[in-house]
Ligand binder design. Structure first.
Ligand SMILES: *[C@@H]1O[C@H](CO)[C@@H](O)[C@H](O)[C@H]1NC(C)=O
Ligand SMILES: *[C@@H]1O[C@H](CO)[C@@H](O)[C@H](O)[C@H]1NC(C)=O
Ligand SMILES: *[C@@H]1O[C@H](CO)[C@@H](O)[C@H](O)[C@H]1NC(C)=O
Length: 177
């Protein structure tokens, strides 16, 4: 049997429920990917690249970190392939070495994330970004390399920026939401 509550009590209960529901949404339903990507230089690259991985649904920061490192590694490998295909000069050797270094840095990122060493993670991700920009600059002052390579370089740096945001969120340097 139900007791009939006075209507102002019902209102109070309803209000309380609404507050509970909305605060629950705020805590658990917040779109972490959106929050991360808003902090990056290229939010749409960020969102597309993270959401392209099915594991990103409801993933926590660490898992999203793993996905973003994997994406950066893929991009560095794609850039290296482009050099193999497109370039044949002294700059070729330098860029291949730089992208080998970038790939190796993304592997180190994976380990640093796993051991929760976010300082190291920042170091390796910055090194990978430097590798890409050094290759861009290796074609000489004012000389552009192959456009596709430049595109991949910018993409890699954008993907690395996502890793930095995640790393800095995990270490508490920046606060999401
Ligand atoms: C993040 O999610 C992964 C996979 O579901 C889990 O193994 C890991 O413990 C989680 N990390 C944190 C800090 O909750
Ligand atoms: C690359 O350069 C070498 C020598 O510098 C030359 O023998 C070779 O044919 C070149 N390859 C292409 C694809 O241009
Ligand atoms: C290679 O780099 C040098 C400068 O480091 C530049 O002068 C030259 O044009 C570059 N070669 C090619 C094929 O881009």
């Amino acid at each position: 049997m139900y007791r009939i509550l006075p209507s102002h009590s019902k209102m109070r209960i309803l209000t309380l429920l609404l507050i509970l529901v909305s605060s629950a949404n705020f805590t658990f339903g917040a779109d972490l990917i959106y929050e991360i990507c808003q902090q990056t230089v290229d939010p749409s690259l960020c969102s597309n690249s993270l959401r392209s991985d099915p594991r990103s649904a409801n993933a926590n920061l660490t898992t999203l970190g793993r996905i973003s490192i994997k994406n950066a590694q893929k991009s560095a490998k794609a850039a290296k392939k482009l050099i193999h295909k497109a370039i044949n000069s002294s700059n070729y050797t330098q860029c291949v070495a730089l992208y080998d270094d970038a790939i190796s840095n993304t592997k180190k990122c994976k380990k640093a994330l796993k051991s929760r060493d976010y300082g190291q993670l920042n170091t390796f991700v910055s090194a990978a970004m430097t590798d890409a920009s050094l290759c861009d600059g290796s074609f000489g002052r004012g000389v552009q390399g192959p456009p596709q390579l430049k595109f991949e370089s910018i993409k890699l740096q954008g993907l690395c920026n996502i890793i930095l945001v995640i790393s800095n969120s995990l270490s508490g340097v920046i606060k999401l939401v």
